[in-house]
Design a protein around this ligand. Structure first.
Ligand code: BTN
Length: 265
């Protein structure tokens, strides 16, 4: 698989030397965090064919069965503050929509903040984690992405069957996971190049792909649930919502999950 991915990467891709493949791993984010602490360079990528401890946002599990998906994490060492990196998950989501479009010809969309969706069903997710130095500076950022590639509906557990989909299910053909992984790596490389300079354009694209904007949503913070209407995504990637009392609040993805009023979307 490693050679197939390397062969599918375009010549412009500069980090071929820093690409690591594992048949099975606990979590690509955890592995890369360990490598980051031991000095791994900007652009290091870990891809696995199977994760036994895949993690999602808010402490959730990300099911990562063998041979079904691409489970990938990239290490970035941007020379920027945490504030300047608030839109990193949004920029990565746009890059993953581009990657999937490159491979399938189809345009996925985004459920705020980090879910890749197709036809209102979840195709994949993104988990971004920052590492800080002693003075509070950002030492590294890890963006981890899991994409469902080869599942048929019966491969998903009954609890998520209605809300999950795969590249195979939406493109009705065989799926080349090496091509998906290479497109993800190349689009993440291009995203990293414009991360700070193309911020406004990236957020414009994020808004145009984000299906949450304009929806009635429920906002879950611990036990508390509030209803609101999603108005927009601000320059930090926060969701601007209008509450029933007329106030507008910026909701940060670190603290809350947002769902549609009647289910996942
Ligand atoms: C989510 O849906 O909340 C985010 C899921 C992120 C899953 C990916 S798979 C590769 C990387 N390694 C992990 O343990 N998680 C991310």
């Amino acid at each position: 698989m490693k050679d197939l991915i390397l062969n599918a990467l375009p010549d412009r891709y500069p980090w071929k030397e820093h690409f690591h493949w594992f048949d099975t791993i606990g979590s690509t984010n955890d592995c890369l965090k360990h490598m980051a602490r031991n000095g791994a360079p900007h652009g290091t990528v870990v891809v696995a064919g199977h994760q036994t401890g895949g993690r999602g946002r808010m402490g959730r599990t990300f099911l990562s069965p063998a041979g079904m998906g691409v489970y990938l994490s990239i290490l970035l060492r941007p020379n920027a503050s945490a504030r300047e990196l608030m839109h990193l998950t949004c920029a990565s989501a746009v890059a993953m929509c581009d990657a999937l479009e490159d491979v399938t010809g189809l345009q996925p969309e985004i459920k705020w903040t980090n879910d890749l969706v197709f036809g209102k069903q979840k195709l994949g997710g993104i988990l971004t984690e920052l590492g800080f130095g002693a003075t509070g500076n950002v030492e590294y950022a890890i963006v981890g992405i899991g994409i469902n590639c080869c599942q048929n509906p019966e491969d998903f557990s009954p609890e998520i069957r209605d809300i999950a989909t795969s590249v195979k299910m939406v493109s009705s053909g065989s799926v080349d996971r090496a091509a998906v992984a290479a497109a993800m790596m190349d689009n993440l490389y291009q995203m990293s190049e414009g991360l700070l300079s193309a911020r406004e354009e990236t957020l414009r694209r994020y808004r145009s792909l984000c299906i949450t904007i304009g929806q009635h949503v429920s906002i879950h913070r611990g036990e508390e649930i509030r209803h609101a209407i999603a108005l927009d995504v601000d320059e930090d990637g926060a969701l601007l919502v209008s509450l029933p009392d007329g106030t507008v609040e910026a909701v940060n993805s670190g603290e809350v999950s947002v769902r549609g009023m009647y289910g996942y979307i």
